[in-house]
Design a protein around this ligand. Structure first.
Ligand code: ZN
Length: 272
C-alpha cells in the first residue's frame, strides 16, 4: 500500500491492478469506440487522490501508464501526457463534488456520442435508465474546449443531482458512480438507450417510458447504500417523498422495503 498524499512513495499496486482490470471490463462491455479512447479513474479510499489511466486507449492498457494524482490535479506518480492530462479536471471535479463517487469513466461510446455530437439529451425511453438512476435520461453538458475550465463548468452545470451520467457536447460520455461495476453498468445502459433511440428514429422515434412520466422518481443511486438498483419514490396519493423503494427487479429486498414503506403510507400496505 502507498502512503497517501506523499510524493515519491511506492504506488499502490493493488489499485493499479484494479484500474487496469476495470479498463479491460469497459472494453469488454462494448460501450466504447473502436479505437478504445477514453479514461477511467478510481478514488483512493481515505485520501484526496485518484488513480487514472493515462494511456492513449483503454484497450490493453499498460500498468506502467497508470498515474496517481491529487484531486487538486497535482501529478504524484507516473508520466501524464498532455493530451490525457487535459481531461483530468473533469474526473477530479466529480470526486470533489460527489463524496460518494468512487469511479469516474469517460468514453466515446458511439451511439451515446452521436447524441452528444447532436447536442441532444438521451430520454428515458429504455426502462433500465430509470432503474439505474437516470429517470430523466442523460443530460448534455454544453460544449467547452476539451479540458478547459469552461468544459468542466458546463459538466457541473448539466449534472442532475443523483444522476450518474452526462453527455459531453461534441466529445463523448462521462459516468460517475460509487463503484466501477456500477459505472460500467450505467455506461452500458446509456449506450444501449442511445442505440435504441437512433434505431427507433426510423420508425417514428423513441417514446418516453411511462415510468419516467408517472409518479416522480428522483433517483440518487450513488448516495444510496443498501441494495441495487434503488429509486426514491413519492407517494402516489399525497406526492410526498416517503422513502426508498426498490425497483421491481431488485429481488428479495423489495418485500422488506415495501414493508418499511407501508409503515409510512397506508395505501401501500396491500403491496407488502
Ligand atoms: Zn474523450
Amino acid at each position: 500500500m502507498s502512503v497517501a498524499g506523499v510524493r515519491g512513495v511506492v504506488v499502490d499496486k493493488e489499485l493499479i491492478d484494479q484500474l487496469v482490470e476495470v479498463a479491460q471490463r469497459v472494453v469488454a462491455s462494448g460501450a466504447i469506440s473502436a479505437n478504445g479512447h477514453g479514461n477511467v479513474s478510481l478514488r483512493v479510499p481515505g485520501a484526496h487522490e485518484m488513480y487514472f489511466t493515462a494511456g492513449p486507449s483503454l484497450r490493453n492498457h499498460a500498468r506502467s501508464a497508470v498515474v496517481r494524482l491529487g484531486l487538486d490535479g497535482t501529478l504524484l506518480e507516473g508520466d501524464l501526457p498532455p493530451i490525457q492530462g487535459a481531461v483530468v479536471a473533469m474526473h477530479t471535479a466529480m470526486y470533489e463534488d460527489h463524496p460518494d463517487v468512487g469511479c469516474v469513466l469517460h468514453t466515446h461510446s458511439p451511439y451515446a456520442t452521436a447524441y452528444a455530437v447532436a447536442h441532444r439529451p438521451i430520454g428515458c425511453w429504455v426502462e433500465a435508465l430509470a432503474m439505474f438512476g437516470l429517470p430523466t435520461g442523460a443530460p448534455v453538458a454544453e460544449y467547452g474546449p476539451r479540458g478547459s475550465e469552461q468544459a468542466v463548468g458546463n459538466i457541473r452545470a448539466a449534472t442532475i443531482p443523483g444522476v450518474p451520467a452526462v453527455l459531453l457536447a461534441n466529445h463523448g460520455v462521462l459516468v460517475f458512480h460509487r463503484t466501477p461495476e456500477l459505472a460500467i453498468q450505467v455506461g452500458s445502459i446509456v449506450e444501449e438507450a442511445a442505440q435504441a433511440g437512433i434505431n427507433a428514429g426510423s420508425i417514428g422515434g423513441p417514446v418516453e417510458s411511462p415510468r419516467s412520466s408517472g409518479p416522480r422518481l428522483s433517483s440518487a443511486p450513488w448516495s444510496s447504500r443498501a441494495g441495487e438498483p434503488r429509486t426514491r419514490s413519492r407517494c402516489p396519493d399525497c406526492a410526498s417523498l416517503v422513502g426508498d423503494l426498490l425497483a421491481e427487479t431488485a429481488g428479495d429486498g423489495q418485500a422488506l422495503e415495501v414493508r418499511r414503506l407501508a409503515l409510512l403510507v397506508p395505501s401501500v400496505r396491500s403491496m407488502a
